[in-house]
Design a protein around this ligand. Structure first.
Ligand SMILES: NC(=O)c1ccc[n+]([C@@H]2O[C@H](COP(=O)([O-])OP(=O)(O)OC[C@H]3O[C@@H](n4cnc5c(N)ncnc54)[C@H](OP(=O)(O)O)[C@@H]3O)[C@@H](O)[C@H]2O)c1
Length: 250
């Protein structure tokens, strides 16, 4: 398929998990562009898999100067941006009884502030009619123990798809959000000791109405839809890609 032929994409966090899955699916549909992250090793290995039409830029999405650099370099190399995926983010844990001010700021800086400014800093380098895809989380809809602050940040991201779309109406830039459920990515490594990872994934699969956890390609295929003209009537929408885990009771 080549619905995205010659379209220029930027995917933050495109060197791991869901972001890499999105980059692969966009590439499979003809897009070219940039993946962004901080880990040079995974940036190099990911871009090698994506092939010649992709480059990697090492940047921290919580740093506004870095964001400026990403979009300037992208447009110098490829021209103006058609598809922006603000995916970089990470779950954090803690309850209202114990989250410190520093932890609060870190969670919000990465999961909310970075999304706001990723979109803002991209705008001068973006084509009118572009598609912006934000990444939410099912934790924005259900209060999972210890994921409250992360869920609140993601709930705000889901709202931003609407307000950004409103702000950008004149430029016909559509902003929509994909909300993944539990997805098989290296993020598991941060919460679960290595020897328990497979058991925990199996346990999660048993809890999912659909009977398995998500794969990054499940999210990537929906990103292709949102990036393409097939979704031209979607504006400020949220698509749950969660195997039913958010709203179905098993
Ligand atoms: N996996 C799930 O079950 C799940 C469910 C719902 C929502 N999500 C959301 O999906 C998105 C991707 O998560 P994932 O599971 O794919 O996690 P992952 O495999 O850990 O990937 C996270 C990505 O974000 C990048 N990143 C993190 N902090 C960054 C920073 N300050 N600057 C630049 N890049 C940064 C990482 O790159 P570097 O390490 O190189 O910086 C990495 O590429 C996140 O927004 C997450 O909240 C995940």
């Amino acid at each position: 398929m080549s619905r995205l032929k010659n379209k220029v994409a930027v995917i933050t966090g495109g060197n791991s998990g869901i972001g890499f899955g999105i980059a692969q699916e966009l590439k499979n549909d003809g897009a070219k562009g940039v993946i962004v992250g901080r880990n040079q090793e995974t940036l190099d290995s990911s871009v090698a898999l994506l092939g010649d039409n992709f480059i990697a830029i090492n940047a921290d999405v919580t740093n506004l100067d870095d964001l400026q650099k990403v979009f300037k370099e992208t447009s110098e190399k490829f021209g103006k941006i058609d598809i922006l995926v603000a995916n970089a983010g990470a779950g954090t844990t803690g309850t209202v009884a114990d989250v410190s001010e520093a932890d609060y700021d870190k969670t919000m800086d990465l999961n909310l502030k970075s999304v706001y400014f990723t979109v803002q800093k991209s705008l001068p380098f973006m084509n009118d009619g572009a598609s912006v895809i934000l990444i939410g989380s099912n934790a924005a809809h259900r209060a999972y123990p210890s994921f409250g602050l992360y869920g609140a940040a993601k709930a705000a991201v889901i709202f931003l798809a609407k307000s950004f779309s409103n702000d950008l109406l004149e430029r016909k830039i559509r902003v929509n959000v994909i909300t993944p459920g539990t997805t098989d990515t290296p993020a598991f490594d941060k919460f679960v000791p290595e020897e328990h990872i497979e058991a925990v994934k199996t346990q999660f699969a048993g809890l999912m109405p659909i009977g398995r956890i998500g794969q990054p390609s499940d999210i990537g295929k929906v990103a292709v839809f949102l990036a393409s003209e097939d979704s031209s009537f979607l504006l400020g929408s949220e698509i749950l890609v969660d195997g039913g885990m958010t709203y179905l009771s098993k």
